[in-house]
Design a protein around this ligand. Sequence first.
Ligand SMILES: *Cc1c(COP(=O)(O)O)cnc(C)c1O
Length: 361
Amino acid sequence: MTRPVKARIDTRALRQNYRLACGITPGSRNIAVVKANAYGHGAAIIARALDDLVPAFAVAGVDEALELRDAGIRKPVLLLEGPITPDEVGIAQEQDFWLMVCCREQVEMVCRADIRSPVTVWLKIDSGMHRLGVTENEFHTSLAALSESANTLPGMTLCTHLADAHNVSGQETAAQVGFFQRLVSGLDNPLSIANSAGILHWPATHGAWNRPGLMLYGASPFPQPQENAERLEPVMTLQSAVIGVRKIDAGESVGYGSRWIAQRPSTIATVGVGYGDGYPRSAVDGTPVLLNGSRARLAGSVSMDMITVDVTDLDEVNIGDPVELWGKSLLLGEVAQYAGTISHELVTRVSVRVPRVRYSG
Ligand SMILES: *Cc1c(COP(=O)(O)O)cnc(C)c1O
């Protein structure tokens, strides 16, 4: 018997979320970000399902981009961290990978590369996140060096990344956009600023190109309800099944470390999913799960292959009953809060042993 855990991937919802991004940003082209195995959803499944809609894909590095080529994807692929070694400039030229150039060293790498035809380059500017991107002082020399190089195609996109766009009441996003706009004013290059949160909430960040990631998968980047985000449809449903049921007395404990102790005679269902599948070990007692469509609560610490759930208040629970860990009826963002993390991390950590099963809902 195979374990009952699987991640069901709704490609119709995925396409709907992509179209939502396009509808919110009618003046932009939206690059689908499929790094980290498409946020854990399966890069090949996601890229194939979006291939006819998108102008390009984005991933972290060359290995992920080559994986897309192996999956039959021919669209351009933007490498968000730029070339890591000089030979990657040549690979980019051969494979039609676009290079996000993020520092002076990468500017030199591109300019010095011995390639037969020019590559598409984006120049990334650090507007306040202080992670990647050239500084204000380096910007004009970097732009000049790349523009004059025979190795780059004209019309370079100028780009930056937002650090706080999920915080809709903060001042940081406006400050970043203001800084970026001042730096690029007078230039007629295409611009790219927005991630999912920018697309959903900050019209001033919508550029020639946007870079939606999380929203494609139907999760909200915001900790609070947000109007556009309400229209997203979850793409992944992580599901499993009950593999054991037992009754325990008040005062008896459940699981490693005896963390959960029954306050009353209780019924405990054991479910076939654990941190070895990517269900977060940091999930606290009381984290919701859906069992037979009804809410029940995690009772005891998460094991590698199993969790234990207090089903005392549910009607009848049997081995084989379906369990949803997150998905259409139990939002990822809620589970993430109980696990002290963010939606991005939960889905990205769904492990290789969990089969991704695509369907069109
Ligand atoms: C991951 C990433 C994105 C997508 O971000 P989301 O918040 O998931 O939409 C966009 N741009 C860059 C540079 C990234 O690294």
